[in-house]
Ligand binder design. Structure first.
Ligand SMILES: [Cu+2]
Length: 163
């Protein structure tokens, strides 16, 4: 009896894993254009707006050369608008998994590339939930504050989902 139950649980876990694997999509930032200085400042917003991102999807950032560009995540819309330069940057070939509902703010911190439009907002989930998350995220800038904001927004998202 016990082993049968275990078998059912095992099968369920495998099924869920397969289902998740089957639905998660990988997007290449900018598609064939890649991640580089765009022809206009709305290029990457237009690109992101043309997609429907879901939790589990990931975005691959690729460009030619090594230090010609980079990709960094900033934690708020304010930092995004002001082209903040966080210390942690990633090189070509990095893929960012979208693990939560909300907005992800990506920038290139090389020279003035961000000001030239090399930045992108990726949004997962419905706009209602997203605006709640943005308000929480911009309320605090410390990493602990962000963590609390993330936890709170997760709870809020859960409420939206289950109520
Ligand atoms: Cu760049």
């Amino acid at each position: 009896m016990g082993s049968k139950m275990g078998l059912i649980v095992c099968s369920l876990i495998i099924m869920v894993t397969l289902l998740k694997g089957a639905t998660a999509k990988q997007y290449v930032a900018g598609d064939s254009f890649g991640w580089t200085i765009p022809p206009n400042t709305s290029f990457y917003s237009d690109w992101a707006n043309s997609k429907t991102f879901q939790i589990g999807d990931d975005i691959l950032f690729k460009w030619n050369g090594t230090w010609t560009h980079n990709v960094a995540k900033v934690s708020s819309r304010v930092e995004y608008e002001s082209c903040a330069k966080p210390g942690l940057v990633f090189l070509s070939g990095i893929s960012h998994v979208l693990t939560n509902n909300g907005s992800y703010f990506f920038v290139c911190t090389v020279d003035n590339h961000c000001d030239l439009g090399m930045k992108m907002i990726v949004t997962v989930g419905s706009p209602t939930n997203v605006s709640a998350i943005n308000d929480l995220s911009s309320a605090s800038s410390s990493s602990f504050g962000s963590l609390v904001a993330t936890l709170l927004s997760t709870i809020i998202v859960s409420l939206f989902t289950y109520v």
